[in-house]
Write a protein that binds this ligand. Structure first.
Ligand code: 0GY
Length: 286
């Protein structure tokens, strides 16, 4: 199936973001002619090159960013590294690596701006990460001061949580744990996420409203979960656009409107400053 194109004309946000604001979850895809997609991919996105992302960030008032390696590029992190290199220190990355990655490979990624490693347990993205491989990789990235980003379907959290708690590094949960926004704050997956967050190793991204929403734009049903997470764990939350929104099948979000959702998610200036500036600085620029 042909991927839905990202929004071509996002609105100017209603809010002015604080200086140094960081989009801590977005991707670059290709261009495929230069950076081919992985043979193992489960979807083929439309090219989403760095120049388009840089222009979007300028339009939204975003000065820094964290590029997250997506499954369609597998463990070939070159498109991401190319974009980070072009951004002059304002962008960082989260890589995907093979189990047998060497210290030299990791050092090169670190010098290229990578500060974390990502593990996927989302069914539509292919085979789940292997737990023994995760342990092996984690042991190698801890000396670099990296963290892990974990991306899972909500129903997997119960089984995954005990394993994640055995890992001795900071861990960032993608997209509010991909909960179902229609299922209420007492749904088991959200309760488990809150429980996980009581452990100071864990962080959560309060983005992905367009993924967890069941009512559609403007995704207010989802934003209330982000608000609750920001109120409860103000120093361990991150936010991102998720541009160019891989695998969104309908209601492609307007990235300016996603920024506007921050008025619900982090309504107080101090919350916004922590979410967009201070927290990403601690995890990616310290
Ligand atoms: C996201 C979400 C998705 C894709 C990936 O690695 C990926 O391909 O993360 C998705 O399909 O929901 O965070 O970009």
């Amino acid at each position: 199936m042909t991927a839905l194109p990202f929004h071509q004309n996002p609105k100017k946000p209603e809010i002015v973001l604080p200086a140094g604001s960081c989009d801590a979850h977005c991707h670059v895809f290709g261009p495929a002619a230069r950076f081919p997609f992985a043979p193992s991919r489960t979807y083929t996105p439309i090219d989403a090159p760095k120049e388009t992302l840089f222009a979007l960030h300028r339009h939204l008032g975003i000065e820094r960013s964290v590029l997250v390696q997506a499954s369609c590029h597998g463990t070939d992190n070159r498109a991401m590294l190319d974009a980070i290199a072009a951004a002059g220190g304002r962008y960082r990355g989260v890589a995907m690596v093979e189990r047998d990655v060497t210290e030299e490979d990791l050092q090169a990624l670190h010098e290229g701006g990578v500060r974390g490693v990502r593990f996927n347990f989302v069914a539509h993205l292919g085979a789940p990460a292997d737990l023994a491989a995760i342990r092996a990789i984690v042991a190698k990235v801890i000396p670099l001061g990296w963290h892990a980003v974990v991306h899972f379907d909500a129903h997997r959290l119960e089984e995954l949580a005990p394993f994640l708690k055995t890992l001795d590094l900071p861990m960032v949960v993608d997209h509010m744990g991909r909960i179902d926004a229609s299922a209420g704050v007492d749904q088991p997956a959200f309760r488990l996420l809150l429980d996980l967050m009581e452990d100071e190793r864990f962080w959560v991204k309060v983005c992905g409203s367009e993924r967890v929403s069941r009512t559609g734009p403007p995704f207010h049903d989802a934003a209330r979960y982000g608000k609750l997470l920001v109120e409860s764990f103000p120093a361990r939350v991150l936010w991102g656009t998720d541009w160019p929104h891989p695998n969104i099948k309908k209601d492609m979000p307007d990235d300016g409107a996603l920024v506007d959702l921050l008025q619900i998610i982090a309504p107080k200036p101090a919350q916004l400053q922590a979410l967009l500036v201070d927290n990403p600085t601690r995890l990616y620029w310290s």
